[in-house]
Design a protein around this ligand. Sequence first.
Ligand code: CP
Ligand code: NVA
Length: 298
Amino acid sequence: MRHFLSILDLEREEAQRLVKRAKEIKDAKWHSNLLQDRVLALIFSKSSTRTRVSFEVAVRHLGGSTIFMTPRDCQLGRSEPLTDTARVLSRYVDGVIIRTFAQSSLEAFALCSYIPVINALTDKFHPCQVMSDLLTIYERTPDFSHLKIAWVGDGNNMANSWINAAIYFPFQLNIACPQGYEPDAEVLDNALNKGAKIFCTHDPKEAVRGANYINTDVWASMGQEDEEEARKIVFRDFQLNKELLALADPDAKVMHCLPAHRGEEITDEVLESKFCLVWDQAENRLHMQKAILELLFS
Ligand code: CP
Ligand code: NVA
């Protein structure tokens, strides 16, 4: 029995194999009875369109069923500890997919759980999204070793997961964040110590120069709603627009995990351009979720 709480819960070869397997799953339009008679619970403390629907559909395509809960619908909302909930759910269902705030809450849940736990996003990491973004890149450029991938914006859960991915995949990762909004220092130090090729700057132009893929994300993540207005000022030079894109490789592609705030971190023009991969990224969530479920439940 194993959990998927961060990309680093995989071995390097496993992470690389998972991307290839997700591509096979996509090409084969894979359905199976792998999860027949199995039930997975989704506990989401934050909103979700892509992660929720792609996991629920993936489970059904693999013959299983799901129960979706928010803290409001269960005793978590009345302060029943996560750790008690983990032990109770372990007696009923076969796996739990959790979207919550603190990574430590997810880890505490997993520690008490007798069934696999999957991270559907925390404040610290969004591993399923970045694994599926790696599939989106792999489909176009299967050799990662010459790729320059840029991250422009907040040093958030997505940025931290990209840093973890850079340990296992041989691309150059350029990160540009405003001062004070850098990624998690421990996550970054660990990656650098493990030989990841990562360059951090406060200048988006420097990060984007010659890049093959440029990633961004919202300036205020879920849970940071009260910082939204202040962040609009801090991040105003970190918008992905035509001018910034002009510095990248001429064939550069733009990525965003969505939902996007057009006119803030990305212009409408760039989001709607032929360089933008967001709809493929959204689709690939489904194929990668199946690959992750197969890895944990086979
Ligand atoms: N990208 C992503 O995780 O989207 P949702 O919040 O809609 O799940
Ligand atoms: N960084 C964003 C990602 C949403 C999918 C957030 O946490 O809200």
